[in-house]
Structures are given as C-alpha cells and as structure tokens.
Design a protein around this ligand. Structure first.
Ligand code: COI
Length: 357
C-alpha cells in the first residue's frame, strides 16, 4: 500500500496546492535542505532480489544497524531529479524520471545491490511529490528536488554485499545550486586530486564518489572559486567533470563534451542538452576534451540536475585564468531556456520527456 499514511489527530492538514511550505522564503531558496512532510521507503533482502511494496512515512530519521553495509563500506547510490509546478498550477512535472531509474539500476549492478524496477522507482517519486506537494515552489521560484537513495541497510562485518537494502525517497524545495545564482561561475582545474579512475565507479552515482571531492572543493571555495574541474587520472590532461556536474565547451560553433567512458557520470541533463543543441543545428562531439581545447574555447558551461545549465565565466589552470563568453547570445543561455521551458511546461514537449503528476 502506498497511499498517504494515517495522520494523527494533531495532523489533519492535508497538504494542498494552496498551502505554502510554512514560513519559507521562496525568493531565497538556494540549495539548502528544507525538511518536508513525507518520505517513501521500500525494502528488499539480498535473497529476495525484488523490492516489496513501499509506503510513505513521515519524513524523519531512519534506524540503521551500526554494521550496515552503507555505513561501513559505502554501499550506496543516490539519484537527483526535480518536480516543477506547472504553469496552470494544476499539477506537477517530472523530467525523464525513467532515466534516473535506469541509471540507478546500472549503478546497482556495479555496486552489487538489487534495485527497484523502473515502475517502482517512478511510482515512489510520484508519491513523494504528491505527499509533499505544498513544498513544490511557486512557478519561477525553484523546484522540488527529489533525492532517491539506494543503500545497503543490512548488517555485515566482513567485506561483502549487505543482506538487506533500503530504497528511500525524500524531497526538499530548492532554488539555484551555486551561490552565484544564475550568474556565471568560476572554476579551478584540479590536477592533484582525481575524482575517478578507469575501472572505478566514476560512471555511476555512488555516494562513494562524493565525499572524496570535498577536500578539493573546500580548498577551491576558500580561494573564491565556485567549483573544481577534474582531469583524467591517467594523463592529467583530459577534462572529466566538475564535482557536481558535467562540462561542455563551444569553439567556432562546435560543441564538445567529455565522452562517458566510465569515469564520467552520464548526466540526464547532459544527454538532454546534447539533443537540444543538435536539434538547433549544432555539431556536438562526445570525445576526449583536453585542457588545451578548454583554453581555446569561446564558451564553457556545466550541466546537471541541480545546476541545470550554468555558464562558466573563468577557468583557472596552474595559476592562469582563462575567460569565456557569457550572457546574451550564448549557447548556454539558449539551452538553459530551451530545457527549463520544457521542464516547467512552458514549451511544448515534443520529445515526451516530461511526466505529469
Ligand atoms: C544533481 O545534480 O542532482 C546531483 O546529484 C549533484 C549533487 C552533488 C547535488
């Protein structure tokens, strides 16, 4: 059963579109966590392989064994997607949620975990949005960010797959990811630390890819940069991605982005933006993109669910600062508009990317 859970007498307020999310300042959301009302939880044992029916419960702390696989050995994956309030306020829109479901399945295979079916994943996401609908920001103010997790929740001591798995979906209203808002960002190339290596897990969304970038990220932020750009671990010459998003360069009207060869996260925004650029007549190359290619680029931008399409104004490499075109008449601006118009239901979705709730 996955309908809304029973509410106690003190909690009769059915969330509705008319309700606002408490005292929330919709104009200054940023990307901080705002706890919402409900989360969706579903469990599965390693033996069963199939997840049982999940259900909504009040958002709150979860109980985990101190010896759970996720805490001890990092056996976990996460996803990220957004729900927007539609223009006519009659519903909500998800963007390609099946892609997130499939990416989680692919990651689960790499991390030796069972995964929810695409239908179970999408159902859980829809239920989470509906249960928390009063937290979906008004049009133009942001989105409800949905965070599905798949974790090895069962106890294990020796290194092995956990005996039990939990799929959990929670949500938080968000605005822009970077503190710059929609303004162009400044990146610094990192050549001492690496995010991923060939044969590793850079191509899946495991939680284990994210804590290791914190040190470089903190260092970059302390020097005034927005985020870190990673190079490949073998040649230290080819661009991979930033800590939280994919990268694109534009040179003489040709677009290039690092090919997803196992060390780069196959972003859903990345994939969509490639298609939108090709639809507009741009040649888009998925290939090795060297640091020299970047230095000679006219325009640089990042893509991701959280960052959407973020223009890059400068990249600093070995103390040298390179500047790129931003603002009016840039491809990143065109793509940002094209993508978000579809996501918010402001433009016709000819591709069938959106899912109405
Ligand atoms: C997303 O864009 O959804 C991500 O998962 C990146 C995360 C670091 C916020």
């Amino acid at each position: 059963r996955s309908s809304l859970p029973q509410r106690d007498a003190a909690d009769r307020s059915e969330p509705s579109d008319e309700d606002t999310g408490g005292d929330i300042d919709w104009d200054n959301l940023g990307f901080g966590l705002t706890p919402t009302d409900y989360m969706y939880v579903m469990r599965c044992s390693l033996e069963d392989v199939v997840f049982s029916r999940g259900e909504l419960s009040r958002y709150g702390n979860i109980e985990l064994s101190p010896s759970s696989g996720v805490i001890n050995y990092g056996q976990g994956l996460f996803e990220g997607l957004k729900a927007y309030r539609t223009a006519n306020r009659q519903g909500y829109m998800l963007f390609r949620p099946e892609e997130n479901a499939r990416r989680m399945q692919h990651g689960a295979e790499r991390m030796c975990m069972p995964s929810p079916s695409v239908e179970q994943f999408v159902h859980a996401v829809k239920q989470t949005v509906l249960a928390n609908r009063r937290w979906v920001p008004p049009q133009g103010k942001g989105a409800l960010y949905i965070r599905p997790l798949l974790i090895g929740s069962g106890p294990i001591l020796g290194l092995a797959p956990a005996p039990e798995y939990t799929f959990l979906v929670y949500a938080s209203p968000v605005g822009t990811y970077f503190k710059e808002g929609l303004a162009p960002i400044n990146l610094v190339v990192q050549d001492a630390f690496h995010r991923a290596m060939p044969g590793g897990t850079g191509g899946v969304k495991t939680i284990a890819n994210y804590a290791p970038v914190l040190k470089a990220q903190m260092d970059a932020k302390s020097k005034g940069f927005t985020d870190v750009l990673y190079l490949d671990a073998v040649h230290k010459r080819y661009l991979e991605e930033a800590s939280s998003c994919n990268l694109f360069i534009v040179k003489d009207g040709v677009v290039a982005t690092p090919a997803t060869v196992g060390t780069i996260l196959p972003g859903i925004t990345r994939k969509s933006v490639i298609e939108l650029a090709r639809d507009r007549g741009y040649q888009v190359e998925e290939r090795l993109v060297s640091i020299d290619d970047l230095m000679g680029a006219d325009e640089v931008f990042c893509t991701g669910t959280a960052v959407v399409v973020a223009p890059v104004s400068t990249v600093t490499y070995q103390g040298q600062r390179y500047e790129f075109k931003t603002g009016q008449d840039t491809l990143s601006q065109t793509l940002h508009m094209a993508l978000t118009s579809i996501q918010k239901g402001l433009a016709e979705d000819k591709k069938g990317w959106t899912v109405a709730i």
